[in-house]
Design a protein around this ligand. Structure first.
Ligand code: ARG
Length: 429
């Protein structure tokens, strides 16, 4: 068994109480599993910078680079295990390099602090996941549009205040979610632009006495720009994570509202939608039950994101510069990203498991719901709207729900859904 020692203990073998160390490491090792491959990418970019500024020879650089690639491979294959022997993922990288390459391994951390190292890996993690989440959101939007196209004629009541308002269609209801998802795809892209800058080279928050080629390393990692000010780089920890979570919040807000609608429409009281058996669960006591648990847990997911946002907001009440408090921003970031991806992956399957009970939806339309159409009919014959409104209130209308939805021809309404425009926006996002 290797003796545990720490990157920062130097030669004096400073001893520290293990319980204290456990407290300080917290969940770091578990969380760093999500960041490890990004930490390796950051380390490879950093040694590239060290070569450019003359700290490493070309040969040294190549050896370190290959060793890091080997570590990445071993990690993916579960040959290298990131466990509690290491204080965190960053130390694990340095231990590995030193174990494999001896003295050379000790050079990799030149001009770097774990402060800019962790910033770099979390930023790469966020960038990667914003892209993945964007693809998932776009897939959900596409799935919703495709389903809407099949239900342009399916009439259902439209509600305000949860009271029947006007005839509506399943397509128009679904496209409300599709458009929200398309908007959020743009939000995810702009969030990506916002955080697309490299903190690498800012070290502990003050720069270092080396001519680190920060633009080169930023480019090597695929960043758009360099985050210039080292203090700001530190202060952006948590702040950037919050921006990411704010975008995820919007994404999951759509899911919550969709789940809410589903959970109402699935009830026997509404009976508008039936869920395929694949998406219902039974009760442990009531043999008659078939429950939409998955819909409810999707609805509940936003509360987790909100909790994570609150946690980060609380944590970043700090003075300038690195403080260890910031370590605790990792968990809410990673938790939210993992949860959002999980829910989004399940969405297309859920959407495809919906069956619309078109007859029940049509039966829920009552003649009073055409009162607005009736009023507008009088307007077409010259009445002012207010007078027509009063007149329609006291009349029964001959207008059918089918006529009502066919007459709503302005963009976005039931007879002019604007599907091609939405599709183009989705394709362009
Ligand atoms: N695990 C630490 C974090 O996430 C790494 C940085 C430690 N830096 C330090 N100065 N102690 O913040």
């Amino acid at each position: 068994m290797k003796n545990k020692n720490y990157l920062w203990s130097g030669d004096d073998n400073q001893s520290i109480d293990e319980e204290l160390m456990d407290f300080m490491a917290g969940e770091d090792i578990k969380l760093d599993k999500h960041l490890f491959k990004f930490d390796i990418i950051g380390s490879q970019a950093h040694i590239g910078g060290l070569k450019t500024c003359g700290v490493l020879s070309g040969e040294e650089y190549t050896k370190l680079h290959m060793c890091l690639s080997q570590l990445n491979l071993s990690y993916q294959n579960n040959e290298f295990i990131l466990d509690n022997f290491y204080e965190d993922g960053h130390s694990a990288i340095e231990f590995y390099l030193t174990e494999k390459l001896g003295e050379l391994g000790k050079k990799a951390h030149t001009g770097r602090s774990r402060n800019d190292q962790v910033l770099t890996s979390t930023r790469l993690f966020s960038k990667h996941n914003l892209n993945t989440i964007n693809e998932l959101v776009k897939a959900c939007a596409q799935c919703t549009i495709d389903l809407a196209k099949q239900h342009k004629e399916a009439i259902m009541p439209g509600y305000t205040h949860l009271q029947r308002a006007m005839p509506h269609t399943v397509a128009a209801w679904l496209l409300g979610f599709a458009e929200a998802m398309i908007d959020d795809s743009y939000l995810l892209n702009s969030t990506l632009d916002y955080i697309n800058c490299s903190p690498l080279g800012t070290a502990a928050g003050f720069g270092v006495p080396l001519d680190l080629p920060r633009e080169q390393t930023a480019k090597a990692m695929g960043f758009d720009r360099v985050q210039i000010n080292p203090v700001y780089a530190q202060n952006s920890r948590g702040k950037y994570d919050l921006v990411v979570l704010q975008a995820l919040y919007q994404v999951m807000l759509n899911i919550r509202r969709f789940s809410w609608d589903l959970s109402l429409f699935i009830t026997s009281e509404f009976n508008f939608i039936t869920l395929n058996k694949s998406h219902t669960t039974g009760s442990s006591i009531m043999p008659n039950k078939s429950n939409p648990d998955v819909v409810e847990l999707m609805r509940a997911s936003l509360a987790t994101i909100e909790g994570c946002m609150a946690q980060i907001q609380g944590l970043i009440s700090l003075p300038s510069g690195y403080q260890r408090d910031l370590q605790n921003t990792k968990e809410p970031l990673i938790k939210s990203v993992v949860l959002t991806k999980h829910v989004l992956k399940l969405m297309p399957g859920l959407i495809m498991a919906l069956n619309f009970n078109t007859q029940a939806m049509r039966d829920a339309i009552n003649p009073e719901m055409m009162a607005t159409d009736q009023a507008l009919k009088h307007v077409k014959h010259g009445a002012s709207f207010r007078d027509a409104y009063g007149q329609a209130k006291n009349e029964s209308s001959e207008i059918t729900a089918e006529q009502s939805i066919a007459a709503r021809i302005s963009l976005g309404a039931t007879a002019n859904l604007g599907i091609e425009i939405l599709q183009k926006r989705l394709n362009d996002s």
